[in-house]
Design a protein around this ligand. Structure first.
Ligand code: FE2
Length: 200
């Protein structure tokens, strides 16, 4: 069974004006699809063809000879995770246990938001901003290119894509404005809370 491109979890107009259908057309329809297609070409006719996506990622992480498989499998996973990190009418403050955990780890939502923005804006070049669970503790981090928390023994809770293709059509070079809109209007905190609840 080849790796599939999952559909967006909402219509491609649902996040406007903060994330346009035009961006989704390229970002999901072209970029995400290309990672799926490239990965399927790389694993076709090999024993890897039968493996779940997560095993492809963990099994190729840190192996220079498998860089193509790692980059494409991690990018397939990162993008699917990112779509689910957003929802129409999202953003603002988390609630309940997640809010308490964020308060405990970072000293309040404002400090969390400040550190998350700094990590995402400060990632030089292409990559991802993350909230992860690392050894049981909440942690803000960023990764370069395709790198992903599960390759670093961390559990992803929230991500924002900071590759230019993620925001250029809507925000041009203004990455900080995109991160601000993501936090204020797009974050799906229910998804983040569910990731925390099911983290091992
Ligand atoms: Fe992307």
């Amino acid at each position: 069974m080849a790796i599939q491109l999952p559909p967006l979890p909402y219509p491609d107009t649902a996040l406007e004006p903060y994330y346009s259908s035009k961006t989704f057309g390229f970002h999901h329809g072209k970029h995400h699809k290309a990672y799926v297609d490239n990965l399927n070409k790389l694993i076709a006719g090999t024993p890897l063809e039968a493996k779940p996506l997560e095993e492809l990622i963990v099994g190729s992480a840190g192996d220079a000879a498998k860089a193509g498989i790692f980059n494409n499998s991690a990018q397939v996973w990162n993008h699917t995770f990112f779509w689910n990190c957003m929802r129409p009418g999202g953003g603002g403050r988390p609630q309940g246990n997640l809010a308490a955990r964020i308060d405990g780890a970072f000293g309040g939502y404002e400090k969390f938001a400040e550190q998350f923005k700094a990590a995402a804006v400060g990632r030089f070049g292409s990559g991802w901003g993350w909230l992860t669970l690392d050894g049981g503790a909440l942690k803000i981090t960023s990764t370069a290119n395709a790198d992903t928390p599960m390759a670093n023994r961390q559990t992803a809770l929230l991500t924002v894509d900071v590759w230019e293709h993620a925001y250029y059509l809507d925000y041009q070079n203004r990455r900080p404005d995109f991160i601000q809109a993501f936090l204020e209007h797009l974050v799906n905190w229910d998804f983040v809370a569910a990731n925390l609840a099911t983290a091992r």
